[in-house]
Design a protein around this ligand. Structure first.
Ligand SMILES: Cc1cc2nc3c(=O)[nH]c(=O)nc-3n(C[C@H](O)[C@H](O)[C@H](O)COP(=O)(O)O)c2cc1C
Length: 201
């Protein structure tokens, strides 16, 4: 099947992207509003960008045309700070719960029952239950489109990193101990499957 994206409906384009770019790691992002309310939200359009400097990016998509932005984007615009907490098997239920649409005033740490832990370099707290927490300062935000399905891409510079001592040996992370979860299409998630080595040329 050959597909011209221009001839598709938005929902069909969405399905093709989330069904083929898999499995996607999930950034569990904590922010804090100017009003002091703490927010949590998962984003699986997420990846590392570069390590010199150390930059990560995630992509909040707009669900409506215009200025209706996600709380995460509003908070980062206001404060320039966020924490990327790595999503693990133990966090799966909370990650899913935090993805609901809640009023801006709702504290999503209270909602999910997760424990806020103070960050070292920025204001928003991390998620204590997450074994890896990346404290980020906003480097750049780039917007694509202004309709539903457009994005406010967030690029953040890691200014401090917490990694649970049990996972790390000489800066190598033990992925079996990390137990990351990933997102597939629809309501589907995945764990790490079979791991294999290939020698690099
Ligand atoms: C596993 C998972 C991954 C998600 N990934 C994204 C994503 O990459 N981009 C996005 O805009 N929304 C994503 N969502 C939906 C957001 O989490 C959801 O819109 C959330 O309500 C935004 O929260 P906020 O308004 O508190 O910022 C995802 C949801 C789940 C459950």
């Amino acid at each position: 099947m050959h597909i011209n994206p221009e001839e598709l409906e938005a929902q069909q384009r969405y399905k093709l992207l989330i069904g083929t770019i898999i499995p996607r790691p999930i950034a569990f992002v904590s922010t804090i509003g100017k009003n002091g309310v703490r927010n949590l939200a998962p984003f699986s359009y997420f990846n590392a960008v570069c390590f010199n400097p150390m930059i990560v990016a995630f992509f909040p998509l707009r669900y409506k045309k215009g200025d209706e932005i996600k709380d995460t984007v509003r908070n980062i615009r206001e404060t320039g700070e966020f924490v990327v907490n790595v999503s693990t098997e133990d966090l799966a239920e909370a990650v899913n719960k935090a993805s609901g649409l809640y009023e801006y005033e709702k504290d999503e740490f209270e909602l999910t029952g997760l424990t806020p832990t103070p960050s070292k370099m920025i204001e928003p707290p991390g998620v204590l239950e997450s074994p890896v927490r990346m404290e980020c300062k906003l480097e750049k935000m780039i917007s694509f489109g202004d309709d539903a399905g457009g994005a406010d891409a967030v690029f953040g510079r890691i200014v401090h990193l917490f990694v649970d001592d049990n996972l790390i040996d000489n800066y190598r992370i033990d992925e079996r101990k990390l137990k990351p979860i990933a997102r597939l299409a629809g309501n589907k998630f995945s764990k790490l499957g079979e791991i294999f080595d290939i020698e690099r040329p």
